[in-house]
Design a protein around this ligand. Structure first.
Ligand SMILES: C[S@@+](CC[C@H](N)C(=O)[O-])C[C@H]1O[C@@H](n2cnc3c(N)ncnc32)[C@H](O)[C@@H]1O
Length: 264
C-alpha cells in the first residue's frame, strides 16, 4: 500500500477528488486539508490533471532521502515529487504574479503565469489572436508586451484597450472567423467557456487553413470530472497538428480549468 499526495488550488478539492475517483478508482481518499489531499492505493501512480504538484507521500515530518515540503496548515511532509518540468522555484508551485489594478480581468494572471512557467518566447512585434477575449485581461498583457493583438469575442471588450493602436476587436463568434482574420498569427490563445472537445474540433478546422502559429495557449474548462479524463486525448490531438512540445498544467490562478500549451 502506497500513499499519493496532490496539491491543488483551494476550492478545487472536490473536483480533484471526483477526478481521482473517476480516473484512478484504486486510489482511495486518505487525508484532506484545504488544497492538500492524500490517497492510498497501489498500482501505477496517478497523473492527475487538477493538481499543481503531486507525487509519492512518504510520511509526515522529515525523512531521509525525501523532499520535505511545508504544506502550511496541513503540516510538513516528506515526499517524492512526480510532477514533470517545468516547475516554479516555489515549493508549493505558487507564482509571484500579481494582478495590476488596471488589468481588465483576472485572466491577465493566467496568461502571465503560463508565459512565466513555460518561459514562452513571446516577442514584441509578433501577432497574437485570442478567441474568448472579453473583457481583455490576456489581451492587455499581450499588448503591454508589444504584440499586435486580434481579440475575438462577441462580448464587449474593456474600452481602456482602445488606446493601443496594435489592437483589433473582431466582434463575432470564433467559429465564424475568416481566412484573412486568422492568417499571419504567431501565438493563438483560446479562453472560451465552452466544452474543450468542441473548442478543439473548431480550432483544428481553423488551423488547417493557415500556416500553424508557433505556439498555442488553450484554457481547457473542466466542468465535470469526465472532462479531466479527456485532457490527455486533447493533448495528443494537438500533437497531431504538428506541435512537438505540449504541456498541460493547473496554474495557481486557474479555477475549474487547466492550461494546454503547445509549441512547434
Ligand atoms: C473566461 S472569458 C474570457 C476572458 C478573457 N480571456 C480575458 O482575458 O478577459 C470567456 C469568454 O468566451 C467568450 N465566448 C464564448 N463563446 C464564444 C465564441 N463562440 N466565440 C468567441 N468567444 C466566445 C465569452 O463571451 C467570454 O467573454
Amino acid at each position: 500500500m502506497a500513499f499519493f499526495f496532490c496539491l491543488t488550488n483551494v476550492g478545487l478539492e472536490k473536483a480533484l477528488k471526483a477526478e481521482m475517483q473517476d480516473r484512478f478508482p484504486k486510489w482511495r481518499l486518505a487525508f484532506s486539508a484545504p488544497g492538500f489531499i492524500t490517497f492510498k492505493g497501489e498500482g501505477p501512480w496517478p497523473v492527475p490533471v487538477l493538481a499543481r504538484l503531486w507525487g509519492e507521500c512518504v510520511g509526515k515530518g522529515e525523512m531521509p532521502g525525501c523532499t520535505t515540503i511545508d504544506f502550511g496548515p496541513a503540516g510538513v511532509w516528506s515526499v517524492h515529487m512526480q510532477t514533470p518540468e517545468p516547475l516554479w522555484k516555489n515549493p508549493l508551485q505558487l507564482s509571484e504574479v500579481v494582478l495590476p489594478p488596471e488589468a481588465p480581468s483576472r485572466a491577465w494572471m493566467k496568461i502571465e503565469e503560463a508565459i512565466s512557467l513555460f518561459d514562452l518566447p513571446l516577442k514584441s512585434g509578433e501577432t497574437a489572436l485570442e478567441v474568448g477575449s472579453a473583457p481583455g485581461g490576456a489581451v492587455y498583457s499581450l499588448l503591454k508586451r508589444g504584440l499586435h493583438v486580434r481579440a475575438v469575442d462577441p462580448a464587449v471588450m474593456d474600452p481602456s484597450l482602445d488606446v493601443f493602436t496594435s489592437y483589433r476587436h473582431i466582434k463575432k463568434p470564433f467559429q465564424e472567423l475568416e481566412f484573412d482574420e486568422i492568417q499571419g498569427v504567431d501565438w493563438w490563445l483560446s479562453d472560451l467557456n465552452l466544452a474543450p472537445g468542441s473548442v478543439l474540433s473548431h480550432l483544428g478546422r481553423l488551423l488547417r487553413e493557415v500556416e500553424k502559429p508557433k505556439g498555442l495557449i488553450i484554457t481547457l474548462k473542466i466542468g465535470k470530472p469526465y472532462v479531466a479524463a479527456e485532457v490527455p486525448e486533447h493533448q495528443q490531438r494537438v500533437r497531431e497538428w504538428g506541435y512537438r512540445r505540449t504541456y498541460t498544467r493547473l496554474l495557481p490562478s486557474n479555477h475549474q480549468e487547466v492550461v494546454l500549451v503547445a509549441l512547434r
